[in-house]
Design a binder for this molecule. Sequence first.
Ligand code: DSN
Length: 421
Amino acid sequence: MDSNRTLLQNNDPEIYDALIGEEARQAAGIELIPSENYTYPEVIAALGSVFTNKYSEGYPGRRYYGGQEYTDVIEEIARTRAKQIFRAEHVNVQPLSGAPMNVAVYMSMLQPGDTVLGMDLSHGGHLTHGAPVSHMGTLYNWIRYKTNPEAQGAIDFDALRKTAVENKPRMIVCGFSSYPRNLAYAQFKSIADEVGALTMADISHIGGLVAGGVLDNPCDFGFDFVTTTTHKSMRGPRGGMILCKAEFAKTIDKSVFPGLQGGPHMNNICGIAITMGKALKPDFKDYCEKVLTNAQALASDLTGGGAKLVTGGTSNHMMVVDCVQSFDFNGKVAEKALDEVSITCNKQIVPDDPNPPLRPSGIRLGTPAATTRGFGVAEMKKLSDWMLRTLANPQDKSVLAAVKAEVEELCSRFPVPGIER
Ligand code: DSN
């Protein structure tokens, strides 16, 4: 045990106990929330480092406070590596996380009332893509487009084009937090060019898979803005990045600071620099390929066992199970039953869900975290069997106890990176 931990244990045992409890929880169970992952031990070291002490308003070489010789080094490394990975003309690594990252783009380019196209929340879009409950949803005139779950989740680009031609949006946003298919960036870009709209792709969920070269990169399709969080498939610390064309570099930097944020979190930026370094190594591509292979395996095992997936399957790292259609109960019941067997997922609205968000029809699953842990196709088979057994008997305490024991036994053989045992 390191000395910082000993200090915490001695001086604040309540907090220390919660930390140990969370480590035990993460180690004992299978993490299937598609936006979660286990970051690198090196990143955990950076997050708990003295970079957290430093105020660094401004950008490398142009800061408002002194003492920046090392913060400049890490932020410059993070930016350079990210530009290389994504083939971007400019990168800002200061957004504190995903929502402020998207807000910084909107505030820099849009006027209140401007028309923007974004994917409907229930079809997989994010809150910041124009959901009425978000501030962004009320500030701009959002037109929300939908997917066709019956056509493998395809977007009707003829309808999207017609909407764009009729409404002349200032910006077209694509991207998602719950969509198990890939996006046709060329089609979005062509429609945007036709109507003179800016383009933004929020690749937060798939940022790592794009970095690893296993999914398309919207920067290669001439998108004006590409945003991504750093802690999902990328495996980094919590944070966000805005990639943009050189012509928008100054505007975006000013929008993040001083427009929206104060001091950047330099310990996180140090972690982002480390994460970008990892993503440049060849084994990161291997990891990304395994994430996709595991998702295919899990989707096929679950559907083989009778589960109904929204769009019928997956083309990326995630899938959405329609629990009402599959098991005749809602996603809240499913999430709770799986929690009881140490399998963590999240309840999820499905396209045009008739049920409310706290009792939605589905659950959302993803393979990035389990793959980080070393799970492969054989473990996906066990996992789907356990899930199907659990969801066939959600109230049966003896089934739940038996499955939980098997899950925890498997997990004991796959250590979580960064958790000492
Ligand atoms: N909360 C994230 C997710 O789970 O997808 C998006 O903000």
